[in-house]
Design a protein around this ligand. Structure first.
Ligand code: SF4
Length: 213
């Protein structure tokens, strides 16, 4: 599909190097995804390495005192995330299970919603499943005029795991860097020729430009 091909080619050239993109460790991915909920990447870049240095494994987090966990989260906001992450770690440690790779199983864990479940399944285990955060939602709504973005994302996500990983990362990256909430950079967007929002604007504008005042 041309949308996917162009998106992946753009991602290859423009992706930011982020620590959670350099690993497939499910615990590290889980921590990063909890931190990234409602929070800017630049903020998470400050907290993530410190948190991982202090609690390098899920067992170390499970064994930590709540106060120590909150100290590492202090200033990042939305503290329920830290409490849920701690609860999740304890649950995994107590049951002796590993962090699940199936989105439905992931969603049974504390603090894990549909987005985080898809993100962990795809980014840690390279499962070919969709994941829709605010950035992805915006891109898909603009590019395809889609109302049911989850259904569309399900159809679009490549069936091969590693390609699905890159596709989901690329959609998020496009939403973060190009198809931003305010002032999207359409002229430099790799998927502009496939984008419904742009085609509509062109169609609306062309009669006016033909009759300048
Ligand atoms: S062309 Fe513009 S609106 Fe369409 S996906 Fe790209 S940045 Fe977003």
């Amino acid at each position: 599909m041309s949308f996917t091909r162009k998106l992946l080619a753009w991602y290859k050239r423009n992706a930011r190097v982020l620590p959670w993109r350099q690993t497939r460790n499910p615990y590290a991915i889980l921590v990063s995804e909890f931190m990234l909920q409602q929070t800017q990447v630049s903020r998470v870049l400050e907290y993530f390495p410190r948190f991982m240095a202090r609690f390098p494994t899920i067992a170390s987090l499970a064994g930590a005192r709540p106060k120590a966990v909150m100290e590492q989260w202090d200033g990042l906001g939305y503290y329920a995330r830290a409490r849920n992450l701690h609860k999740l770690a304890k649950h995994v440690a107590e049951t002796g299970d590993r962090i699940p790779d199936d989105p439905e199983d992931l969603r049974t864990l504390p603090g894990v919603g549909r987005y985080t479940a898809g993100a962990v399944a795809c980014f840690a285990y390279e499962k070919p499943v969709p994941t829709v955060d605010t950035n992805v939602r915006r891109v898909l709504q603009r590019a395809f005029g889609s109302k049911d973005v989850w259904e569309l994302a399900e159809q679009l996500v490549p069936k091969q795991g590693e390609r699905a990983w890159r596709f989901n990362q690329a959609l998020m990256e496009l939403g973060a860097l190009v198809c931003t909430a305010r002032k999207p950079k359409c002229p430099e967007c790799p998927v502009r020729s496939d984008c419904l929002a742009v085609r509509k604007v062109v169609r609306i504008r062309s009669p006016r430009s033909a009759h300048p005042r």
